[in-house]
Design a binder for this molecule. Structure first.
Ligand SMILES: Nc1ncnc2c1ncn2[C@@H]1O[C@H](COP(=O)(O)OP(=O)(O)OP(=O)(O)O)[C@@H](O)[C@H]1O
Ligand code: SF4
Ligand SMILES: [Mg+2]
Length: 312
């Protein structure tokens, strides 16, 4: 359904003056495919480029280069074939997503207006959709600050599914929620996936949550995908030293701000990246040649790709 082909993206930082301005590479030659009804999980440390990729796929900004195909047609520039509601994004930052000065009813009606659903049909749609996300009429008259984090996230998911999307980009959607509420929201997302044939790009730095949700997983490090495959291939038979480091820090059911990863040294600055493997400074298997040439992705079993020529 969605094919991301060789996209790159850099940001300018340090203002516009020539002597302070720098470009940092947020994504480098990233490719990914997403099938209908499936979830692709994206994991990696803070700053590796997950949200940048999510925002580009959700068409909130264009890539510098590369192509994104939706059912075989290019998304940039957008063609007449594409219904812009087909890809929705749900964020972690609930506060800014819901207009604080408006009741939930108004916020939902705005979405229905955007979808060009006639006013006469609004009540009927709302009545049908509220129970799908586990909310009732009472919530319609509340303001966003009168809802809990989990309830706000249910509203955010409702707003997304009202658009009848094919794909939802879910960026750290449960990261700020308590463990029990987190499980409810994840289960809700899975129920909706079954019922509506939705696909998700599920972005999180929590490795346990990603395993629970995903059919396929991509591991990102400093703007590149370093390993990709089925969730089981990556989690149970992960090859890349970074994947192993990330997973070794996995704590059963708990938080995963991975201590082991931090101990393995700092993430190198994007301004000082050398020509070779981006993980070389922290890699226990690194050798001379790793710093000279960029490792390509290689297929180690069907559908399982690893960006390292040396690990097994
Ligand atoms: N608008 C921006 N301007 C300049 N640099 C940016 C901008 N947005 C992101 N970056 C930089 O691009 C890199 C990737 O950021 P991104 O937000 O995609 O990471 P992330 O993996 O989502 O991190 P996190 O897990 O903390 O959300 C980081 O180095 C970040 O500092
Ligand atoms: S290419 Fe070299 S530095 Fe990079 S992950 Fe493989 S062994 Fe480590
Ligand atoms: Mg992010």
């Amino acid at each position: 359904m969605l094919e991301v082909k060789h996209i790159s993206k850099s940001y300018r930082v340090g203002g516009k003056k020539p002597f302070t301005s720098r470009r940092i590479v947020a994504l480098e030659d990233v490719s990914l495919t997403l099938e209908r009804g499936q979830t692709v999980g994206l994991i990696g440390e803070s700053g590796c480029g997950k949200s940048t990729l999510g925002r580009i796929i959700a068409r909130l900004m264009p890539p510098d280069s590369g192509d994104i195909l939706w059912e075989g047609n290019s998304l940039w520039p957008e063609g007449a074939f594409f219904d812009r509601h087909s890809i929705q994004m749900v964020f972690q930052d609930l506060g800014s997503a819901l207009n604080p000065g408006r009741r939930i009813r108004w916020i939902i009606q705005e979405a229905l207006r955007a979808k060009k659903i006639h006013r006469d049909g609004w009540d009927q749609v709302i009545k049908a959709m509220l129970p799908r996300v586990g909310l009732d009429w009472d919530y319609l008259e509340r303001y966003p600050h009168e809802l809990s984090g989990g309830q706000k996230q249910r509203v955010a998911i409702l707003l997304a599914i009202l658009m009848e999307p094919g794909l939802i980009v879910a960026d750290e959607v449960v990261s700020s929620l308590d463990v029990s509420v987190r499980a409810q929201i994840l289960n809700l997302m899975q129920e909706l996936q079954q019922a509506m044939g939705l696909s998700y790009l599920f972005i999180s730095h929590d490795v346990g949550t990603v395993y629970y949700m995903s059919h396929k997983v991509a591991v990102m490090y400093l703007g590149q995908i370093v390993e990709e495959g089925s969730a089981d291939a990556v989690y149970l038979r992960g090859w890349h030293p970074y994947t192993r480091l990330l997973l070794s820090s996995r704590l059963e059911g708990g938080e995963t701000r991975p201590a082991a990863v931090e101990q393995a040294g700092e993430i190198p600055s994007r301004l000082r990246l050398g020509p070779g493997c981006r993980f070389a400074d922290r890699c226990p298997l690194a050798r001379q040649s790793c710093r000279k040439e960029k490792p390509p992705l290689r297929e180690v079993e069907e559908g399982h790709w690893v960006r390292c020529p040396y690990c097994e």
